[in-house]
Design a protein around this ligand. Sequence first.
Ligand code: F6P
Length: 345
Amino acid sequence: MSLRIGILTAGGDCPGLNAVIRAVVRRATSEAALVLGVKNGWLGLIEDDIEPLTRSSVRGILPRGGTILGTSRVNPLESAESLERIDANWKKYGLDALITVGGDGTLRTALDMWRLHDYPIIGVPKTIDNDVGGTDFTFGFDTAVSIVTEAVDRLHSTAESHHRVMVVEVMGRHTGWIAAYGGIAGGADVVLVPEHPFRLSRVCDFVRQRSHEGSAFSIIVVAEDARPVPEENFLTDEERQRIYRHERLGGIGDVLAREIERETGIQTRITKLGYVQRGGTPTAFDRVLATRFGVKAFEMAVGREWGQMAAIRGNRVVSVPLEEAVASIKQLDEEIYHVAEIFFG
Ligand code: F6P
């Protein structure tokens, strides 16, 4: 009997999800396996929203952003009723395996569904934040970095014309991968990341120094979870609570811009890139990585490598335990931060 493999995408979307779905379906076709698309993350398995994916249903989706399957943050482990319904639908569709494509929350759920409830699950890591352990890169990250790079390039010309400081707030959750890569690629003057609490006085000194040296403009890239050193905390309690909410970060750029203008007297503007970083077509790098992950995930399902995840190490796509993915958030590489810092001061 041929294999019946479910696939779902869960958590925040990111460019490259469709490339994974397409790759799984195309690889499955050559084995005469059936791929069943589960809609809106785990919700599709709870609500019986599942449909077969064929070569024709994945035609033309490679360059498309988002996910044709839809996504949600529904956690099946939160209710016994959800688990019962998943069990019933799993049997109804005769699934042999489930490929779950997601970030650390989704991968943690996948691990628990396998470990606690014995579901045969394979993980595929995705996130623009590049913060999943066990893999050097996640797809979506390169696309987000390209978007930040283009924004920083564009901000240079308007900053220079107006002699302004431009603060650019970028995503990344609790890590500075997007900020550091985007900042280095765009030639930002300052890069602020969660891994290294910043000193406002140092940022302002740097902006003033540039101004004295004839560059009356500066570009500052700040990650959404970057924080000032405790002794220089200029945030009000209300601001701190609003900016650093675990479920939705954002807003440090506004406060930083206000403080830089107040301290230096130089006009300062804020650009918050937000969800633009997650939308649209994936870069070539992300398309290739996502396609390789999709092919690998299918082959791992054939090999019954349950509780494992497709990952990239160096330039090899490998299978690693899901435990590695969720053990801890993968923080920004110190070597990358060191490179970014060379251009700061
Ligand atoms: O994890 C990807 C990400 O885009 C983060 O960078 C950001 O903090 C978060 O998702 C926003 O998530 P939501 O879609 O829940 O607003």
